[in-house]
Design a binder for this molecule. Sequence first.
Ligand code: 5AD
Ligand code: SF4
Length: 470
Amino acid sequence: MQDHRTDRKPAHVTETELQVQRQAMAEVRALEDRPRTFCIVTYGCQMNAHDSETLAGMFREMGMSEAPDRESADFVLFNTCCVRDNAERKALGNVTWLKEVRKRNPALRIGVCGCMIQEPGMAERILKQYSFVDLAFGTANLYRMPELFLRMLQTGSRVVEVADENTIAEDLPVQRLRRDAAYITIMYGCNNFCSYCIVPYVRGRERSREMDDILREAEGLMRDGVKEIMLLGQNVNSYGLGLEGGASFPALLRRLDAMGVERLRFMTSHPKDLSDDLIDAMAGSKHILPQFHLPVQSGSDEVLRAMNRRYTRAEYLGRVRALRGAIPDIGLTTDIIVGHPGETEAQFLDTLSLVEEVGYDSAFTFIYSPRVGTRAAAMPGQIAPEVATERIQRLIAVQERRQRERLRRFIGMEESVLAEGLSRRSDAAVSGKGGHGISITFPGSAEDVGEIVRVRVTGVKNNTLTGERV
Ligand code: 5AD
Ligand code: SF4
């Protein structure tokens, strides 16, 4: 293969380093006495899910196959999230529980990776408190897993390695979770430093992949028959920062649209960076799905300022109007935090009124969770848990009612649904997402899974849509 990386900027992992990993994968494969099966337990966002696909791809290259469950695997790897305290506690609880499984199966080895490992002091904590963990590495050195894994096997001792370089590794093997749909990461990290958020600390500064690398990956996926591509980044709108030659998110979308990827989606967007050009690119496209995830976090200008979000309620609503003006019926979803330090009852009511006003098709609602090292964790006015719980309950009630009301606009409309799996409630029904990003359940069988089916929406049930085939 031609070495196309010689002129790479320093942000990229060098070909030599990647060669070391390929060599390590071959060496593991050649070992007589090595783990034969793996199981990856993933927490958190799509970024993590996609990282797990890469890790699975590397395990495959090492001659290992996926175990049916974690109890029977030779190697279990926990890919952790630390965005909120409950995600972190769940992961650590499950890692500790596996220690018991090892009493029955002494050959079992345990690994921990992902965002949690990037937290300050976590490596020391793993070494001291979690002595049964054999391997730990973070997100910055994920590409080095084969080398670290080999070292663990060869030395028989624990390997814990944390790095905080902001690099990009191209061409790692990927074992996709789904055949019909795939993720492509277009940018890594975040520069926004919202007061409450730990992501910039654990995922590093923003860095964008070269457009050609992304297009090449998309071409490969299309050749493999992938019908839907989800572009991933903490802040996809600022894609292109630091790249030469006019790379921007709208430009990338236009190229992918012209290539003919059947269905294109992306997440996540920061409202302050949502440009008119992006809306134009969507409105003028054939393949970008009419859906948008636009986290608002709060409806109060004071809270937005305290959160360092750098937009006002009015500006946010202006972006919503622009999206709806250009793409009628666009599916709109959001993230909301209640109980940010200092949030008053009146400010919370501003969030409720915003939810009422916008009418989201779905919303992820969170109680603020203090993260060590973030600005908000040190702010005065931390909100009592019972106040935050009471607020989120009121928020969910308003959101669910608005969602039911809003979803009715789809009744009678036809949607192309990418069937994802059998419905949880019935064997004679399948469900998947329509173009507007909302789940639709309709009559069907296992044969439909992975296919795009035309469906007419007939009703709203349990906050999703039901339909019939046309
Ligand atoms: N507490 C609660 N929610 C948070 N999020 C990020 N950090 C925190 C935190 N410390 C939420 C935001 C973000 C989503 C992915 O997670 O709403 O958009
Ligand atoms: Fe966190 Fe804000 Fe960056 Fe999103 S934009 S990852 S909420 S810091």
